[in-house]
Design a protein around this ligand. Structure first.
Ligand code: C2O
Length: 572
């Protein structure tokens, strides 16, 4: 009894304390078990970089509203589409136990919500807490349709680290002056790659390095001596990014909404789809320090935005107009800096790492160039060697069907997908170095909507192997419906004889940046029935087909069976 009183009193203190200090947190969870949110997808006008344009957002906010919950809560989010475009919302990192219908990727688990329609997402944060985000999962709309999803531990459960003085959400993004829907259409029609973003943004703000954005700036005021928790989220479209704060060290305590052993570093790298929580102590002399977001570009010959977005980490008492100390970012191609952070990621609670494997899959990931098939090659074949760019897993470019895979599977409607996604490449060769770089004929991929079916409970290992067919590159591969243990990674071609695996304390993630010209090994138990997309979280690669789908069959009894679809499920 005494213990009970103490812990609930502690929690009360935490609640009232945090209520005051959390950035942009008007609705702090008060221990209710169901939380309702109303999302209106709307177009709004924004002024950035001396340009005014219409962007799509939620509730006229950019970034969109923060969704707060506690572990175990049920979230009910009614999404009304008041924009002229098709829309869906995906809850990135939420495992959606028995709620695949509400996962959100268009044409995988649902048809898009059409203009004027609505759809209510309902799911429970089963054994999950930490920093997540939500984003549109239709075309490239997530360029502006995104926001944070913050899930606190259950009442009375502390963080596994000292409670921070304050916490702040820091969302990294990419911003284009062009209309994103038009841009997507043009790029895909051109057969070539996308242009670089006009600017990077931190919580929607580019900061002083770009044209006329000196005042379009995000800033955290910090009290000397205090420790802050930053919830970093990369919501960018097509870039991986470094993040650093001038003169301050970052202690990673969580990655992809799972605790890690604390690891202190000068900078982190986040691919789109990744989240990292860091602790930062304001232990420097009073002043104004830059928080910087810059590029990590591991591919060859790809143009990218090289100007960093800047925000301020500003001490209370600093002279307001003083110059900020610049943050030191690694150079754009510093693969070692990426590896160092990855080496430091160790899971905190890893007792259930699968030690035995039932199904071992080997998936190559990479780009392709297909032969020009257009009568107007100048317009449509601007890829390498006058071909059209594409991307693939095991050399199959995933084509989204015209109804959702989940609906087709659930209702047994034939003709929308085939279950013959290969568990290994058709041909083994030197994937990293041996690909014929100059022959468009030999670098073509096949198109298909091929899925891999898994029996309920299968213990799966996936080897993800980067290819150099066009260029080697670090690809952020994201799996829906699961987190997975990253049990190994390395440079070059995967070799089971020499690969060393960490089955002791691997990080538990939902998005893995597969090392450039290297491989990663991930493991999970397929115990969540449904249809789950796995894809590169660069939208351009997703559009080019870098993805596949797992169908996990029902097990026994209703706790292992996907429920019926909701009545308001959108129609195609
Ligand atoms: Cu964050 Cu399929 O996506």
């Amino acid at each position: 009894m005494a213990n009970l009183v103490t812990s609930s009193m502690l929690w009360l203190c935490l609640i009232s304390y945090a209520y005051i200090t959390i950035h942009a947190a008007p609705v702090w969870p008060r221990g209710r078990s169901t939380r309702f949110y109303d999302f209106k997808i709307q177009t709004m006008t924004v002024n950035k970089l001396c340009n005014s344009k219409q962007i799509v957002t939620v509730n006229n906010m950019f970034p969109g509203p923060v969704v707060y919950a506690q572990e175990g809560d049920r979230l009910i989010v009614k999404v009304t589409n008041e924009s002229p475009y098709n829309a869906t919302i995906h809850w990135h990192g939420v495992r959606q136990i028995l709620s695949c219908w509400f996962d959100g990727p268009s044409y995988i688990t649902q048809c898009p919500i059409q203009a004027g329609q609505s759809f209510t997402y309902e799911f429970t944060m089963v054994k999950q807490k930490g920093t997540f985000f939500w984003h549109a999962h239709v075309s490239w709309l997530r360029a502006t349709v995104y926001g944070a999803l913050v899930v606190y531990p259950k009442p009375g459960v502390p963080y596994p680290f000292k409670y921070p003085y304050e916490e702040h959400i820091v969302i990294l993004g990419e911003y284009w002056l062009q209309d994103i829907v038009q841009l997507e259409r043009q790029v895909l029609a051109s057969g070539g790659g996308p242009p670089p973003a006009s600017a990077y943004t931190i919580n929607g703000h580019p900061g002083p390095n770009y044209n006329c954005s000196a005042n379009d700036l995000y800033k955290i005021d910090v009290v000397p001596g205090k420790t802050y928790l930053l919830r970093l989220i990369n919501a960018g479209l097509n870039m991986e990014n470094f993040f650093a704060i001038a003169n301050h060290r970052l202690t990673i305590v969580e990655a992809d909404a799972e605790y890690t052993k604390p690891f202190t570093t000068d900078r982190v790298m986040l691919g789109p789809g990744q989240t990292i929580n860091v602790l930062v102590t304001a232990d420097q002399t009073i002043g104004k320090y830059s928080m910087a977001m810059g590029p990590y570009m591991s591919a060859q010959n790809v143009p990218f935005q090289n100007i960093s977005a800047i925000a301020y980490f500003q001490y209370v008492g600093a002279v307001p107009n003083s110059l900020s100390l610049p943050a030191r970012l690694p150079s754009f191609n510093d693969n070692l800096a990426v590896k160092t952070v990855m080496d430091g990621l160790r899971g905190l609670n890893t007792s259930d790492v699968p030690k035995e494997i039932d199904t071992n899959l080997f998936l190559t990931i990479g780009l392709n160039v297909n032969k020009c098939g257009s009568k107007t090659p100048q317009q449509n074949c601007q890829g390498l060697n006058n071909g059209t760019m594409s991307a693939s897993m095991n050399n199959i470019s995933f084509i989204k069907p015209t109804v959702s895979v989940l609906e087709a599977y659930y209702k047994g409607i034939e003709g929308y997908f085939t279950d013959n996604f290969p568990g290994a490449p058709f041909r083994f060769y030197d994937f990293v170095n041996g690909a014929p770089n100059n022959a468009p004929n030999d670098t073509s991929s096949m198109n298909g909507t091929r899925v891999k079916v898994l029996e309920y409970g299968t213990r799966v290992q996936l080897i993800l192997q980067d290819t150099g067919t066009v260029t080697t590159e670090n690809h952020p591969i994201h799996l829906h419906g699961y987190s997975f243990y990253v049990v190994g990674y390395g440079a070059g071609n995967y070799n089971p004889q020499t690969a060393s695996l960490n089955l002791v304390d691997p990080p538990y993630m939902n998005t893995i940046g597969v090392p450039v010209g290297g491989w990663a090994a991930i493991r999970f138990v397929a115990d969540n029935p449904g249809v789950w997309f796995m894809h590169c979280h660069f939208d351009i690669h997703q559009s080019w087909g870098l993805g596949t789908v797992f169908i996990v069959k029902n097990g026994k009894g209703h706790l292992e069976t996907l429920p019926h679809p909701p009545a308001d499920l959108p129609r195609c």
